[in-house]
Design a protein around this ligand. Structure first.
Ligand SMILES: [Zn+2]
Length: 286
């Protein structure tokens, strides 16, 4: 799933390649992904792309009086095409959700792999009309995101720190992968109660979030859309690395599995050497 750094890099790439271009085609193939009907998608056609920006994990394109907002969700991706295929995108079972063609002949396809159809598209007059955008919490890479701002988010939350970090209404842009990475760098257990962190732990977490996200943005910016997924993987210390040694202490990275996702952590760095209970594992052992 693309998170803040990948979406930021995508927005930069698209701004460079789309701004100033006229939209000549906008074809929705996954009708269920389109969440709005007014303005219609056709309102984009003939308009010139102004800005392309990231808001949380959303991509937003301005075109005339309208905005096209895209949430790639878990299996979604954007594929840049130097030459958009002439065939009109038609509703069907394939991964294609949206095809956009520009006056230069280039354009992009928005696709979604897998069965969990959660990719979403909106055409609105302002990005804040999208409910998820309006509810976004503070963005860790925005100016003014201090340890005090993070403390306010944590103290107002119930639940464990892993859940709070990935809740978009609490904090914008962080998902499963970068929350694993930030918690590892801050040496915090994912199960720690968010509202009970000490000032020192909040400082550590703040530093970890900002460092990890800005480093990932630095590595990703300038890469073409096609290179972003593999770049995300190579920068990880614990996420997706269960069974491998922790790059900091050498302990074996463990994981806790849930129904559709899992988290990874290092016991020595984060939980005082004690592995966390994994409900799926304990069920298997019974
Ligand atoms: Zn470690």
């Amino acid at each position: 799933m693309p998170e803040l750094p990948e979406v930021e890099a995508l927005a930069g790439f698209l701004r460079e390649h789309c701004a100033g271009q006229r939209i000549v085609r906008a074809e929705v193939a996954a009708l269920s992904a389109l969440k709005t009907f007014d303005p219609p998608v056709d309102a984009l056609v003939g308009e010139t792309v102004g800005d392309v920006r990231r808001t949380g994990k959303y991509l937003a394109f301005s075109a005339g009086e309208a905005w096209l907002v895209i949430h790639l969700a878990r299996g979604g991706w954007l594929q840049w095409r130097e030459k958009v295929p002439p065939a009109r995108a038609r509703p069907g079972k394939g991964p294609l959700a949206l095809r956009v063609g520009l006056s230069s002949g280039a354009g992009f396809d928005v696709t979604e792999q897998g069965t969990e159809k959660r990719l979403a598209l909106w055409v609105v007059r302002d990005p804040s009309e999208v409910e998820g955008v309006a509810r976004l919490g503070p963005d860790p890479l925005q100016e003014g995101f201090t340890a005090q701002v993070l403390a306010g988010v944590l103290l107002a939350s119930t639940g464990n720190i892993k859940t709070v970090l990935t809740n978009q209404s609490a904090l914008a842009g962080v998902g499963n992968a970068y929350s694993d990475e930030a918690l590892h760098a801050a040496r915090l257990s994912p199960y720690k109660t968010a509202s009970k962190l000490t000032d020192e732990e909040i400082e550590q977490l703040h530093r970890a979030l900002v460092t990890i996200l800005s480093d990932a943005v630095d590595r990703s910016v300038g890469l073409a859309a096609s290179g972003l997924k593999s770049e995300k993987k190579t920068g990880m210390a614990v996420h997706g690395r269960a069974g491998l040694p922790c790059p900091v202490c050498g302990d074996t990275i463990r994981e806790v599995s849930f129904s559709t996702r899992s988290l990874q952590y290092c016991p020595t760095c984060q939980t005082g050497g004690r592995p966390l209970a994994d409900r799926r594992m304990s069920r298997l052992l019974k």
